[in-house]
Design a protein around this ligand. Structure first.
Ligand SMILES: [Zn+2]
Length: 488
């Protein structure tokens, strides 16, 4: 039988107990009340006990306190809350914080994540495969991405679906999202390829709104329907204006890429002058935005989402570091995102770490006198700012009484986290998805004891490998699966 070395086992040793008792993150909890490390609460009401609570959203940390979850909401936060017979999750070694809010992710192409290599960059890869995805391929890709999201502590994601090939493809993505238990946004995009002179028709968006976002929606108000447009990066005003107006008529917030370089660039100042920029807009990237553009974004109150690994790889002639500092100086609501599994690790920890490391003024550049990003600012970007970008900051993005119970417990005792000094610094600069012990979305436990609940990773791997194999066969030529290739 395997021996497990958990905290309780170690505490039986007196020397270890003395050493471990020093940190406020290792408070012992009465064993009788606590669930086992991998046990799930029996109902919709439970207590997270003894955590270091980082509520974010401007609230002060509570070094050792409890969170009472009831019917998907946070019923109370405070020290020594009464147990009253409900199940207790021992969080004595954990940092409790809001689930991460992800704000731009093309989930459909997750299957291509291992295909970037020498001579194969993201855009040519995407174009080679874009026509070959079936609804089943979409479903599998979404299932993998959403499992990764849960694993990494995201409780909301934004599926920026820019390859909506047919109603069946859309339904496959929405089915996966509904099954995941996560919240966020689904933005209906366009069929790729579509001529840049052609307006994307919106009949199916109206169908999706009725079918998936009506009174009997499986999302229960936790996912909203947006529209993704190609925008001025790809189309002229006679295309993007009617597309944006059609989305507005349906009551759907609009999202669009605004460019990672000068070659592909949308002037937000021009769009504001055209009356086409508004506070509900979620703008993606933005390396080449000018001072006038930033003023326009700030004036209307739109949000900007950055995907750091994608920015670094694809910025070409932009400067994401300078841009982030300049946008922050304009008080633009900055949030962060994954973009595509093929472009980077699906982890808000990675986004936070890169932003903090890059977010410093450089001598001899216009940012010279601007303040560096601080740790709390970066934590907000991965949580509450994303909630603001969705217009849902009263519901998600921070821990507060009455808010949705979207909570993650991050193990503070793992090797890469110890010894914990400044907690913000530890989470932003040292955390990674493997430290996420527990994920709770809308009060439902999706990960516990470091293991995904209800997700068969082996079955997922087999489906994803088979999907990639079929895609490669359909794409043919240089993409044909090589004999003797990896057999995973
Ligand atoms: Zn993108």
């Amino acid at each position: 039988m395997a021996t497990t070395f958990n905290r309780r086992t170690l505490l039986r040793g007196s020397a270890a107990a003395t050493a471990l008792a020093i940190s406020p993150l290792t408070r012992a909890t009465p064993a009788a009340a606590a669930l086992g490390a991998r046990e799930l609460p029996r109902g919709r009401e439970f207590l997270i006990q003894g955590a270091y609570i980082m509520p974010l959203g401007g609230a002060a940390d509570l070094p050792r306190a409890d969170i009472h979850v009831r019917d998907g909401r946070i019923a109370a936060i405070g020290a020594n809350l009464p147990v009253n017979g409900i199940d207790v999750i021992d969080a004595g070694e954990m940092i409790a914080m809001p689930g991460f809010v992800e704000t731009h992710w093309h989930l459909w192409n997750t299957t291509l994540k291992g295909m970037i290599r020498k001579g194969v960059e993201y855009f040519p890869l995407k174009q080679a495969f874009v026509r070959h995805f079936t609804p089943e391929d979409f479903y599998v890709a979404n299932k993998v991405a959403l499992a990764e999201a849960v694993n990494a502590g995201m409780t909301s994601v934004h599926n920026f679906s820019h390859n909506t090939r047919s109603p069946a493809h859309v339904d496959a993505e929405l089915k996966a999202l509904a099954e995941s238990g996560l919240g966020g946004r689904y933005s209906y995009g366009w069929t790729d390829p579509i001529p840049n002179t052609q307006i994307q028709q919106d009949e199916d968006i109206a169908r999706v709104k009725r079918q998936w976002f009506g009174s009997d929606s499986p999302f229960g108000g936790r996912v909203d329907l947006g529209v993704a447009v190609r925008g001025a990066m790809y189309t002229a005003r006679d295309v993007y204006e009617p597309e944006i107006n059609a989305a507005r008529k349906l009551g759907c917030p609009v999202t669009m890429h605004i460019g990672q370089n000068k070659r592909r660039y949308t002037s937000c100042a021009q769009m504001r002058d055209e009356g086409l920029l508004d506070a509900n807009m979620l703008l993606i990237h933005g390396e080449s935005q000018s001072e006038r553009d930033r003023e326009a974004i700030a004036a209307v109150g739109a949000s900007v989402s950055v995907s750091m690994q994608s920015e670094l790889r694809d910025q070409e002639d932009g400067d994401i570091r300078e841009q982030l500092l300049q946008m922050a100086a304009k008080k633009i609501n900055l949030c962060c995102s994954i973009d595509s599994d093929a472009l980077g690790v699906p982890s808000q920890f990675d986004n936070m770490q890169i932003i903090w490391n890059l977010g410093i003024p450089w001598r001899g550049t216009p940012s010279e006198k601007l303040p560096a990003f601080d740790l709390r600012q970066v934590l907000d970007m991965a949580t509450i700012n994303g909630a603001r970008a969705f217009g849902r900051e009263k519901e998600i993005g921070s821990l507060a009484v009455g808010k949705q119970a979207d909570i993650i417990l991050v193990r503070a005792t793992d090797l890469n986290m110890i010894p914990v000094g400044d907690v913000d610094s530890t989470v932003v600069r040292h955390g990674n998805p493997s430290n996420v012990d527990t994920v709770i979305a809308n009060g439902r436990v999706l990960k516990r004891g470091g293991e995904l609940i209800g997700i068969d990773v082996k079955a997922l791997r087999q489906s994803a490998s088979a999907s990639l194999h079929r895609l490669r066969e359909r794409a043919g030529g240089q993409w044909t699966p090589p004999p003797g290739g990896p057999r995973f």
